[in-house]
Design a protein around this ligand. Sequence first.
Ligand code: ADP
Ligand code: ZN
Length: 286
Amino acid sequence: MLGAIEAGGTKFVCAVGDKEGNITDQIQIPTTIPEETIKEVIQFFSKYDLDAIGIGSFGPIDINKHSPTYGFITSTPKTAWKDYPFVQTIQEAYGVPVGFNTDVNAAALGEAKLGAAQGLDSCLYITIGTGIGAGAMVQGRLLQGLSHPEMGHILVRRHSEDPYEGRCPYHHDCLEGLAAGPAIEERWGDKGINLVHREEVWDFEGYYIAQALMQYILILSPQKIILGGGVMHQQQVFTAIKKHLKELMNDYVTLPDLSDYIVSPELGDKAGITGSLLLAWDSLEA
Ligand code: ADP
Ligand code: ZN
């Protein structure tokens, strides 16, 4: 039996299940401070005899196995979790192998093995929610270098009619600063869900996300792009993204039919937790 933790900024999801993605028990725990949240995580898993645990975590995190801070949450603005030894704590509690990666890399793995990118050996999973993050499967493996990529913070060209300064605390008008849910809310003065009929809102959104996709496509050439997160519940964003991507790319790269290429997660909101089960499985194999 495998354990999985999807660690998010507002909630933790813990589940037990198998490598086919079947989940037999699951709970949600609010993300407060490690002493409280992790205590409940440990309580939940203590009912089970687990072979391994997979963690898909908010970041930045250290996933470089040769680093002295491997397994830590590193420079998060959530101060209680800064420099938190996540893997070490879970390993000490259970003594089983622990798989560790970003929430979006976990989701990319889930979608590649059991979702929209099944049978392919490359895909991108991008979430547009409270923040923007992307996970990448490349040649059958989750992309990793010094540590994990941070594709949500790339720089984009300004929309000519957008004076909004952006809200990334590090870069102001990076992709996340201009296009994540809180940026939509601050720019237009209302939550995205209340702006459904304001065409310009979704046109800006499509313009910024399309630029990001163009850069990811030019660099990584993924076989499938999966877009999840709260903002992508607005189906009109898909339409705007495809329109702008077509214009920007200008047929330079031959792509599949965009309606087949840029899609919603097939696993829905279970992509991350399913991928975390697969991270557990991978840690057993390794
Ligand atoms: P998180 O990123 O915290 O895991 P979500 O992916 O749900 O959570 O993202 C939350 C953000 O998405 C908020 O800024 C919220 O306003 C926005 N959002 C959530 N649902 C919708 C929706 N249906 N339409 C537009 N924006 C949405
Ligand atoms: Zn940024």
